[in-house]
Design a protein around this ligand. Structure first.
Ligand SMILES: NC(=O)c1ccc[n+]([C@@H]2O[C@H](COP(=O)([O-])OP(=O)(O)OC[C@H]3O[C@@H](n4cnc5c(N)ncnc54)[C@H](O)[C@@H]3O)[C@@H](O)[C@H]2O)c1
Length: 352
């Protein structure tokens, strides 16, 4: 008979990019923890993203998957009771800015109402803690300096506004009901298993096939890049050491422009600059110019990021070269093809 696990964590959105990497991280680091995933398997969630976990001899007895939506209170309650959940880490979200421009309404259901449902369950079942995964995009854009956790939330896109709405639910539940929840805000992630609509995997998968990559405007938008495993270790630190009711920035001083990232991708893959296509910025005035966060509140609690940016980026590019079966199945789906045509068709024309 198995010993009682120290924690049983409900990881919502665990079949997506960061959530699945977090499951691997936790199962590897804490041999006595169980991980239960609830994921709606939207276009961005795939069973192929977690099949290595389900088949892993050291993980599979401590890992359970449930399909379903976080905004379905019956499903959430049923899982908490059946699996004796004591913690929630919420990754489930509609997470793509460009899609939020095409379909803003769908973001509110998951990113706001879904967060409320999880908070309500955390309170109702006296869970020990809920960690809500938010984003640095809630702060909006900054020309100089860095955002701290005290900076005002000034989201500029439907995605970041919905994430800010979810955060407000976390804050209000903590103050009104003493719900034990905490929020993290991280910069742009990269790493294995990222759905190939986001900048790095979108560009890498297209470059592998010698297709053109679209740079919005002049590509001078600055993002604060974080390797996904550093994000996971930051969340782990907040799960174990963060103070209830607080928000924590997670960053690793990885500021680069989109153009600088693109140059590195071309170099790692040995592809020419002629594969860049400059297009008018589809996000217009909503395209934040620069994100930059100060993570000293979390480093003050003893967290440090451990990956070298350049090595992690090269390793990530190689992962997409080595795991073409995973992403080719996704880019062949109707949903992916329709999205790329709808969003980029008019800009890329015959280069689509
Ligand atoms: N990707 C980044 O750079 C980044 C940076 C900072 C914060 N975040 C946040 O981290 C979280 C995870 O991001 P990601 O990049 O892994 O996203 P993702 O799109 O790869 O994964 C999201 C997952 O949530 C699932 N999901 C969507 N709606 C759901 C619902 N209603 N119920 C249950 N599951 C649902 C999807 O099926 C998918 O598996 C998000 O909350 C996002 O806002 C992302």
């Amino acid at each position: 008979m198995n010993a009682t696990p120290e924690k049983t964590i409900l990881v919502t959105g665990g079949a997506g990019f960061i959530g699945s990497n977090f499951c691997r991280y936790i199962l590897e680091k804490y041999p006595a923890y169980r991980v239960v995933v609830l994921d709606a398997l939207t276009y961005a969630g795939n069973l192929s993203t977690i099949s290595d976990i389900q088949n892993h001899p050291n993980y599979n007895s401590r890992f359970v998957f449930y399909p379903g939506k976080i905004q379905d209170e019956t499903v959430v309650s049923g899982i908490i009771k059946a699996e004796n959940i004591d913690h929630i880490v919420n990754f489930a979200a509609e997470s793509h800015n460009d899609r939020s421009i095409l379909e803003p309404g769908s973001f509110i259901q998951t990113d706001v109402y879904g967060v409320f449902t999880l908070l309500d369950a955390t309170k109702k079942y006296n869970l020990q803690r809920m960690v809500h995964i938010s984003t640095d995009e809630v702060y909006g854009t900054i020309d100089e300096g860095q955002f701290t956790e005290k900076s005002p939330l000034e989201p500029n896109t439907p995605y970041s506004a919905s994430k800010a709405g979810g955060e407000m639910q976390v804050r209000a539940h903590g103050i009104t009901f003493n719900t034990p929840a905490v929020t993290t805000r991280c910069g742009n992630n990269f790493g294995p298993f990222q759905y190939p609509e986001k900048l790095i995997p979108f560009f890498v998968t297209r470059l592998i096939d010698n297709k053109k990559v679209p740079i919005y405007g002049s590509g001078q938008q600055v993002r604060d890049w974080v390797y996904v495993m550093d994000h996971c270790s930051g969340i782990d630190h907040v799960l174990h050491h963060g103070s209830i009711g607080e928000a924590y920035n997670i960053g690793s001083e990885g500021e680069l422009t989109n153009m600088e990232i693109t140059s590195r991708l071309l170099k790692h893959l040995g592809k020419p600059d002629t594969l860049i296509k400059y297009i008018p910025d589809p996000r217009g005035g909503a395209h934040d110019k620069r994100y930059s966060i100060d993570a000293s509140k979390l480093t003050g609690l003893g967290w440090i990021h451990s990956y070298n940016f350049e090595q992690a980026l090269e390793k990530t590019v190689q992962w997409y070269v080595d795991n073409q079966e995973w992403w080719r199945e996704i880019v062949a789906t109707e949903d992916y093809q329709v999205f790329v045509r709808r969003f980029y068709g008019k800009y890329l024309g015959e280069d689509l």
